[in-house]
Design a protein around this ligand. Structure first.
Ligand code: PEP
Ligand code: MG
Length: 745
């Protein structure tokens, strides 16, 4: 049958004519009086597009909703139905226009693509019989050809005006956004599904051989991965690979693919068919473990497809659309940086959280990003239009024109605001009542550096040196680190840069420095704890920083300090390196400023000793807040449960401000709180005069500052914090204050 279908596909025919001939051919091959082809429309209705055997007048008239009747339930469950007497099935729904009452036996299969039902293919006959297993297989195989016809858009020409097919249906998906604004553009699948165009086998034995060879080499490559030294003996990574190995060795999987080849598909079409069937059946599972396994299975099938077709994803090589929105299940930070920045309008991930490296990097380079967009990578096709809204936490795939227009307006508005902010670039950051403030930016990559001038920041308040480590596939060598820091300093010119010693560990995993899995990584072996235990690594970094800053000021900051002795130990190492390098004739920095991040609560009870041990303090409010409130910052369930604008946290911050001013210690805050005009306003009201934020936030925060009477806010905010009866959250107070005083938020 497939051979004949292939000929039909190749003939020059009008689409309806082709469909009519296809269904007639299937009816003959399946020895059935009827063959009907239903297609799912965007409004969730399955419409009869062609039939052989039912009344012709029913074509484009007969319709069933998704889930309704036998056809509707096949589409909804993605499962075939094989019945000897269709009319006695409880789901049967009689469609008088079709004249189908004469027929008893019924076999319907879903038409699937990437696990999505696009329609249903049915054969019926008068005689009561159950179709054989082989018949079901043959129908499923045939339905792939029809899926291809739908996906290529051929049926658009026979779709009634005003209606759309489901393939082009707009979909909105809730996601986690990070306030990065709106991105508008066209889907670029990071790992595009391999599009199998060669569906029908010429030589079945040769295809079976190809399939077997590909499965074998897939198994070998997984075994190789498992035996590599950098895969730890236990842990998540290994579990995933073990699951892969289990699937790759699964006889059922292989048998199903072989059967599909025997039914006339090429090896790659067989892989796709089995993948699509499995997806279709598993897609509605809610068990997270099984869903995870489904992803493993998808990955495996994709690997196999790549092997068979020799396909390598080359979106980057073939050129991106001008407004590309990258869609991925997940990706590494370095992979994002492989795309030309000027083409990227956004990033959508199925996985990922605020602390994922790729999310950190996307934010750092100012790309709007959303994560946890369930199913996006299989629902989207390359080139689909898409809108991501990082403020409203939503993705709109193939949005309706009015929605797209509304967003285009929003983007224009954003751009206009951005223009207004750029106009503030050279305006001194002084409040309405004459208080000068220091607005710094956070950075960590070379791509961030041009932002320093563009944003009008007064310097880099936090340079996350671990990002360079995170995006490298191997440990950056001493010389590479030095060159990198030199580049940062030279671009910064006379503006100060505060380098933070690597904050590795916790959520910031560096593959080549992997240690054993930890149950509570945020509280584990990370940052300075890790660096002090790996003095070789720490010394290399210190040496690189010292050499890069020769003749200039080096500002060096220590993350996750818990006790003051950790600072003393680090300082000793620095002194030792200074002595060593000067002894070898290197020119040292003109000044070394030594600072600590205040992000572990225990330091709150050592403030005097702490301030005495450093030249400056920077509050890491992201970590400090997660530790003070015992809420994991990467866990969406709890991370928003308490607010940093609640009185307890603001009182903590105020204590720090008071102690810093008492001891004359320069103080900055460099967590996310600094980058939102409302929370930044709270910080200024608490007495902070130096804050460091993402470059895109400098403009909006400066606009707020210019319109703010800091003295007035400070008096009122501190009064409200002292007054235990005035309520717990200061958010409402701050919003009212801003409204009453015309503050630009
Ligand atoms: C913080 O914890 O607030 C901080 C700035 O450091 P990071 O976000 O890199 O942990
Ligand atoms: Mg931190």
């Amino acid at each position: 049958m497939l051979k004949r279908l292939r000929e039909l596909m190749a003939e020059v025919l009008e689409p309806q004519e082709r469909l009519d001939r296809v269904v007639a051919q299937i009816a003959t091959s399946m020895v059935s009086e009827v063959c009907s082809f239903y297609v799912l429309r965007a409004d969730g209705v399955l419409e009869l597009y062609a039939t052989h055997g039912l009344k012709k007048g029913a074509v484009h008239q007969a319709q069933l909703k998704m889930g309704q009747g036998l056809v509707g339930s096949i589409a909804a469950t993605a499962d075939p139905l094989n019945l000897s007497d269709a009319q006695s099935h409880p789901a049967f729904r009689f469609l008088p226009e079709t004249g189908e009452e004469k027929y008893h036996s019924f076999l319907g299969v879903p038409i699937l693509r990437a696990g999505r039902s696009l329609g249903v293919l049915v054969v019926q006959s008068k005689k009561e019989r159950i179709y054989a297993e082989d018949d079901v297989e043959a129908m499923e195989t045939t339905s792939m050809v029809l899926a291809e016809m739908i996906a290529t858009g051929e049926l658009k020409k026979v779709t009634r005006p005003g209606l759309e097919l489901d393939m082009t249906r707009p979909i909105s998906i809730d996601a986690d956004g990070y306030g990065g604004g709106v991105g508008l553009g066209y889907v670029v699948l990071h790992e595009p599904r391999v599009v199998v165009t060669d569906l029908l086998a010429e030589d079945i034995d040769a295809e079976l051989d190809r399939l077997n060879i590909a499965v074998k080499s897939l198994r070998v490559s997984i075994d190789d991965m498992l035996s590599r030294r950098d895969v730890p003996l236990e842990g998540e990574h290994r579990e995933v690979l073990e699951a892969y190995r289990m699937f790759a060795n699964d006889r059922g999987w292989r048998r199903k693919m072989q059967e599909a080849v025997r039914n006339g598909l090429t090896a790659e079409a067989a892989v796709e068919k089995v993948q699509s069937d499995t997806r279709g059946r598993m897609i509605n599972l809610s068990d997270p473990y099984l869903r995870e396994r489904l992803s493993d299975f998808d990955d495996l099938a994709n690997r196999l497809l790549r092997q068979l077709t020799g396909f390598t994803p080359s979106a980057i090589a073939t050129g991106l659309p001008e407004a590309a929105i990258i869609v991925a299940r997940n990706m590494g930070a370095a992979e994002l940086l492989d795309y030309p920045r000027e083409c990227i309008r956004g990033l959508v991930l199925e996985e990922g959280a605020v602390t994922s490296h790729v999310v950190i990097v996307a934010k750092a380079i100012g790309v709007p990003v959303v994560s946890q967009a369930t199913g996006i990578a299989s629902l989207a096709e390359n080139g689909d239009s898409i809108v991501i809204d990082g403020d409203d936490n939503i993705v709109h795939l193939r949005p309706a024109t009015d929605l797209q227009d509304a967003y285009a307006d929003k983007v224009r508005f954003q751009a206009k605001r951005q223009e207004e902010f750029s106009a503030l670039r050279d305006v001194e950051p002084i409040s309405k009542d004459g208080v000068a403030c220091n607005l710094l930016m956070n950075a960590g990559l070379v791509v961030d550096l041009p932002q320093l001038r563009a944003s009008g920041a007064a310097g880099i308040g936090l340079f996350r040196t671990e990002l360079q480590f995170m995006i490298s596939s191997k440990m950056p060598k001493a010389k590479e680190q030095e060159t990198f820091y030199r580049q940062v300093l030279s671009q910064a010119g006379n503006l100060p840069v505060t380098f933070r010693i690597v904050d590795i560990g916790g959520d910031k995993v560096v593959p080549y420095l992997r240690s054993a899995e930890e149950e509570n990584p945020a509280l584990g072996w990370r940052a300075i704890r890790f660096s002090l235990d790996r003095p070789g690594l720490l010394k290399t970094q210190i040496r690189a920083l010292l050499r890069a800053s020769s003749g200039a000021e080096l500002r060096i900051m220590i993350p996750m300090v818990t006790e003051v002795y950790e600072l003393e130990k680090t300082r000793k190492l620095i002194d030792h390196e200074v002595e060593f390098l000067s002894g070898h004739g290197y020119k040292m920095p003109s000044k070394i400023s030594f600072g600590a991040m205040l992000e572990v609560p225990s330091l709150l009870w050592q403030l005097d000793e702490l301030m005495a041990a450093v030249d400056f303090i920077s509050v890491g409010s992201n970590d400090l807040f997660q530790f003070i409130t015992a809420t994991d910052r990467g866990n969406a369930r709890v991370s928003d449960r308490f607010s940093p604008l609640d009185a307890p946290f603001l009182r903590v911050l105020r204590t720090i401000v008071e102690k810093a001013s008492e001891t004359n210690t320069p103080l900055t805050l460099c967590g996310e709180l600094a980058g939102n005009p409302l929370t930044a306003m709270a910080l200024l009201g608490l007495g902070f005069r130096s804050i460091s934020m993402s470059p895109a936030a400098i403009g909006p925060v400066k606009a707020m500052l210019l319109s703010l009477d800091i003295g007035k806010l400070q008096t009122e905010l501190l009064r409200s914090l002292r007054d235990t009866k005035s309520g717990h959250s200061t958010k409402e107070f701050l919003i009212n204050f801003a409204n009453e005083n015309n503050i630009s938020l």
